[in-house]
Design a protein around this ligand. Structure first.
Ligand SMILES: *[C@@H]1O[C@H](CO)[C@@H](O)[C@H](O)[C@H]1NC(C)=O
Ligand SMILES: *[C@@H]1O[C@H](CO)[C@@H](O)[C@H](O)[C@H]1NC(C)=O
Ligand SMILES: *[C@@H]1O[C@H](CO)[C@@H](O)[C@H](O)[C@H]1NC(C)=O
Length: 273
C-alpha cells in the first residue's frame, strides 16, 4: 500500500469515528420534535414498546378545540385550586424547562378527587389549538392523584405584555440556559402566581403530550388566552439544549371524545362578581 492510500484510509477511518461519536451523542435524546428525524412525533410510538400509545392511542393530546365539537356546560363547576408557596427546583430537560415543586405545593380538585401539583413546564408554540389557531406559548401544570393518575391544567399565551410568573423566573432560566439536565434551586415559588384570569375552561380526557403518552389524563385548558413577551418566549426556546424551533406535538385525532367548555351560569356569576 502506498503512502497516499494509507493516508486516505486513515482519513476515512477518522471521519467515520467522528460521525459515530456525534450520532451517539444525538442518541442520548430519545425523542425530538423534528419530522422525519426518526425520533419525531410520528415515530415516538416505535421507539420503545412502552411508548406505543403515542402511535396507536385513541385519546391522545393535544387536540384542536373546535367550536362545533364543544358543548357548553355549567355543571362542572369552578376549577378548585388550593395552591400554596413551596420550594421548587428548575431543570433544563433538553427539550423543555421544568419547574418542579419539591414540597407540598397544594392541589386541584376535579370531580371530588384531589390531584397534587407536581411541576410545570412550557411548550412553544402552543400544543392545543382553538379553531385551528396555534398560540405562542402554553404552560402545563401537571398534577397527580393518589393512584398516579394525572390532571393537567394548560394556559395559552399570545405575544404581548410579559407574563409576571415567567418574569419571576427569568434570572434562574438564564442560569440554566444551554445546559444539559442541569437542575438548580429556585427557592420558594408560589403557584398562585400562575394566573388563569378566567373561570371558563375546556375539559376533556386525553394523554400526556410527550412519551410515554399515558392516557386517562384529565385536561383543563383555560379559555382565556393570556400574554407573554417575545423575549420570554425566546429565552425559553433558546435555553433548551436541542435549540429546535419548537417543542409542540402536532394535534391528535379527537375521535369520539366529549369536549366540554365550562361557563358559570348567571346564578353563580351573581354570587362571584
Ligand atoms: C424552603 O427550603 C428552605 C431551605 O431548606 C427552608 O428553610 C424553608 O422553610 C422552605 N420553605 C418552604 C415554604 O417550604
Ligand atoms: C365524577 O365522579 C362520579 C362519582 O365518583 C362518577 O360517577 C362520574 O363518572 C365522574 N365524572 C367524570 C366526568 O369523571
Ligand atoms: C405511584 O408512583 C409511585 C412512584 O413512581 C410508586 O411508588 C407508587 O407505588 C405508585 N402508586 C400507585 C397506586 O400506582
Amino acid at each position: 500500500m502506498n503512502i497516499f492510500c494509507y493516508s486516505l484510509l486513515v482519513l476515512l477511518l477518522a471521519s467515520h469515528s467522528c460521525l459515530t461519536t456525534s450520532q451517539e451523542v444525538e442518541d442520548e435524546k430519545e425523542f425530538d420534535y423534528i419530522k422525519g428525524s426518526g425520533k419525531g412525533p410520528e415515530d415516538w410510538g416505535d421507539i420503545h414498546e412502552e411508548w406505543q400509545l403515542c402511535n396507536n392511542g385513541e385519546m391522545q393530546s393535544p387536540i384542536d378545540l373546535m367550536h362545533e365539537r364543544v358543548q357548553v356546560v355549567s355543571h362542572l363547576g369552578r376549577l378548585k385550586r388550593s395552591y400554596k408557596p413551596s420550594n421548587a427546583t428548575l431543570k433544563n430537560r433538553g427539550h423543555d424547562i421544568m419547574l418542579k415543586w419539591v414540597d407540598d405545593a397544594g392541589s386541584i380538585n376535579v370531580n371530588g378527587t384531589d390531584y397534587e401539583l407536581q411541576q410545570c413546564h412550557w411548550h412553544s408554540p402552543s400544543e392545543h389549538t382553538i379553531n385551528g389557531r396555534r398560540y405562542d406559548l402554553e404552560v402545563h401544570m401537571v398534577h397527580q392523584n393518589s393512584e398516579n393518575k394525572s390532571a393537567v391544567v394548560g394556559i395559552l399565551y399570545t405575544i404581548g405584555r410579559p407574563d409576571t410568573f415567567l418574569s419571576e423566573l427569568m434570572g434562574h432560566i438564564k442560569s440554566i440556559a444551554g445546559t444539559h439536565e442541569k437542575e438548580i434551586v429556585a427557592g420558594v415559588i408560589d403557584p398562585r402566581h400562575l394566573k388563569m384570569g378566567s373561570r371558563k375552561y375546556y375539559r376533556y380526557l386525553g394523554s400526556l403530550t410527550t412519551p410515554p403518552c399515558t392516557e386517562d389524563v384529565v385536561w383543563t385548558l383555560v379559555r382565556k388566552v393570556r400574554t407573554v413577551s417575545r423575549e420570554q418566549v425566546r429565552l425559553l426556546r433558546q435555553a433548551v439544549e436541542d435549540n429546535a424551533e419548537m417543542n409542540a406535538r402536532p394535534t391528535q385525532a379527537v375521535n369520539e371524545r366529549e369536549l366540554l367548555l365550562y361557563r358559570p351560569n348567571i346564578h353563580e356569576e351573581s354570587f362571584n362578581p
